[in-house]
Design a protein around this ligand. Structure first.
Ligand SMILES: [Ca+2]
Ligand SMILES: [Ca+2]
Length: 106
């Protein structure tokens, strides 16, 4: 069966639409990461106290919370970003190590 020009055009538009939706979805995921990074930088202008879970003390649970964020098991909250112990504006494995080193030095 031969496609007439109208059917061919419809197929092209549909294909382009599907590709656009796919690209937009991928770009949306990147945008979410960008927003998270900017928010992290703004919140991390000073050294935090390492109290990720906000219970008033820095302990092993805070290192675990940092690792959960690093591995994507938890989304950082504003309190997490304020707790950033090395003050670089993002939650990384260095923050968990910083907490563990601090705890070991007590
Ligand atoms: Ca804590
Ligand atoms: Ca940090």
């Amino acid at each position: 069966m031969r496609m007439n020009s109208r059917s061919r055009r419809l197929l092209q538009v549909t294909t382009l639409g599907l590709v656009t939706v796919g690209v937009a979805f991928a770009m949306g995921l990147r945008t979410s990461e960008s927003v998270r990074t900017i928010a992290s930088i703004e919140a991390g202008t000073a050294l935090g106290d390492g109290d990720f879970d906000g219970n008033g003390v820095m302990d092993i649970a805070d290192a675990i919370r940092a690792l959960e964020i690093v591995h994507g098991y938890a989304t950082p909250t504003p309190n997490d970003l304020r707790a950033d112990p090395n003050g670089d504006g993002i939650v990384t494995i260095d923050d968990a190590l910083h907490i563990l080193q601090t705890l070991a030095g007590r």
